[in-house]
Design a protein around this ligand. Structure first.
Ligand SMILES: Cc1cc2nc3c(=O)[nH]c(=O)nc-3n(C[C@H](O)[C@H](O)[C@H](O)COP(=O)(O)OP(=O)(O)OC[C@H]3O[C@@H](n4cnc5c(N)ncnc54)[C@H](O)[C@@H]3O)c2cc1C
Length: 470
């Protein structure tokens, strides 16, 4: 399949006369890299790349596409993990040139920016104003706020601050007919009917193009403590989390669970990584505690760990002694996907269950799944403080990853059945995209039919990301 269709969709030529030349491209070399996803699982093609720099340009593009019934794939940083931003013949609408930070209001605790602003840039602008924008994830150097909002991204601080859905005060968006909803006022209280922004958050580009957002900022913590702990079981980890939440008065802002096997893959395959323990432990927890008071986080962490040792919940533990060591501990966690990739193939499942049922899920479901795929092992790691695990079935296997994923099809269906049984979700934070579209339709037909009714109202010609989500 070519990465560049030569034929321009009928009706778009007059638009190219109106737009400035920097606002579009038909160069294959520019379109090709944006037509494959981050993992290299999806490859597509597009006849034209639009790269507007103003709201008016986005309006003109969307209105013309609506008029001529031409499908659009919006794109931010192209770091999504479910294939939602890969065009398959649609026009590609990149927000990368709309990247301005428009306002930081430390009294209102809010920041307004265009959709193409990169997460790391937003974090830095908030920090300059002595505020915190708490969303934090592995792709923060590339992911853009429009994409993060469209996928309702999560990351490592959801436990304390919530997901993207909780961090947006207002949105500006171009709807599929080219009209605009514009609410960047930054109000915390606004009880005037349906909350339209919440429809667009997590809509994966199917209901319109987000062009700007006003985000919630928070006070910066005055102290921070990070510990790496060895624990015997997931049950101990979850009990420790509950205890730490009580002891710190809600100060736990990250709680990541990792099997020893995952950390071994990191130290084997990722140069410069090492574990601070002398002996092995079945599971490890990476915990971060913060406080608004200087030095308080370290005190709370120390007291919490003493309590955890006394209760037999912790086998071993190290509190980071410097910023560098904090970064080193977080580096171990963030390097798991790299270690896993170097080791072999993985069939990945981004799932969630209630936190109180996570330990049972991990211990009861895992042996059954492993028995279904000989030689494969579950490496389940992630944001257990939010009830979210990246529940990956891994094996060293010849051939393409797609073949291994296909070989795990029955195991995947079983995992999702178990997720349903435990009251969980088949997509915790990555979204549906093209990857889980069929799964969503098969498992939750009632929900999907309500979503389709909303989509038909806002996008009667079905031009916005037509193959995605629904
Ligand atoms: C290394 C790595 C680590 C990650 N870690 C996490 C994690 O911890 N937690 C987590 O939740 N996710 C994680 N992700 C995935 C995460 O979903 C994406 O990083 C991010 O949310 C997508 O932002 P983006 O700008 O790259 O959007 P893209 O990938 O470009 O697009 C994502 C979706 O949003 C749509 N879209 C993009 N921009 C707009 C817009 N302006 N208006 C309307 N629709 C739009 C696209 O059509 C697509 O459907 C990770 C990804 C990587 C590569």
């Amino acid at each position: 399949m070519s990465t560049h269709d030569t034929a321009l969709p009928a009706g778009l030529a007059p638009l190219l006369d109106i737009l400035p030349p920097q606002a579009w491209s038909r160069e294959g070399d520019e379109i090709a890299p944006l037509s494959a996803d981050w993992r290299g699982r999806y490859r597509g093609h597009s006849p034209i790349l639009f790269k507007p720099s103003t709201l008016d340009e986005v309006k003109a593009i969307v209105a013309a596409c609506h008029h001529h019934k031409i499908a659009i794939t919006p794109q931010g940083g192209n770091t999504g993990l479910v294939g939602g931003s890969t065009p398959q013949g649609e026009v590609l609408l990149s927000l990368k040139r709309m990247n301005q930070i428009q306002a930081v209001d430390p009294i209102n605790d809010s920041l307004t920016c265009e959709a193409g602003a990169i997460l790391e840039t937003i974090q830095n602008h908030a920090a300059k104003a002595h505020r915190l924008f708490p969303l934090s994830l592995g792709s923060q150097g590339s992911a853009m706020i429009g994409g993060l909002i469209s996928t309702n991204a999560g990351g490592v601080h959801v436990l304390r601050y919530g997901m993207m859905r909780d961090l947006v005060l207002g949105l500006q968006a171009v709807l599929p007919d080219g009209s605009v909803i514009d609410d960047l006022s930054g109000l915390r209280k606004n009880n005037t009917g349906y909350d339209l922004k919440q429809l667009l958050i997590g809509a994966e580009g199917t209901l319109g193009v987000i062009t700007a957002a006003t985000l919630k900022l928070f006070a910066r913590p005055a102290s921070r403590a990070v510990a790496l702990l060895g624990v015997a079981t997931p049950h101990n980890a979850v009990d420790l989390l509950a205890r730490m939440k009580e002891l710190t008065g809600g100060g736990v802002c990250a709680f990541e669970l990792m099997p020893w096997r995952a950390l071994e893959l990191v130290t084997q395959h990722v140069p410069g990584t090492r574990l601070p323990f002398e002996s092995s432990h079945p599971w490890c927890v990476l915990m971060e505690v913060t406080s608004g008071e200087a030095e308080r986080a370290e005190i709370l962490m120390q007291a919490g760990l003493e309590d955890g040792f006394e209760r037999g919940l912790i086998e071993d533990g190290v509190i980071a002694q410097s910023q560098a060591q904090m970064a080193q501990f977080w580096g171990l966690r963030e390097s798991i996907p790299e270690g896993e990739k170097a080791h072999g193939k993985a069939a990945k499942h981004d799932i969630s269950v209630p936190v109180s049922r996570m330990a049972d899920f991990l211990t009861q479901v895992t042996p059954k799944v492993e028995a279904m795929v000989p030689g494969a092992q579950i490496v389940a790691f992630g944001h257990v403080g939010d009830g979210n695990a990246h529940y990956n079935l891994t094996r060293q296997a010849p051939g393409a990853e797609e073949d291994f994923i296909e070989a795990c099809k029955d195991a995947t269906a079983f995992i999702y059945d178990q997720v349903d049984h435990y009251g969980g979700s088949i997509s915790a934070e990555h979204g549906i995209g093209i990857l889980k579209r069929q799964e969503l339709a098969d498992r939750y037909p009632e929900r999907v039919s309500v979503m389709k009714a909303i989509k038909a109202t806002l996008d009667p010609h079905g031009i916005m990301n037509p193959r995605i989500l629904l």
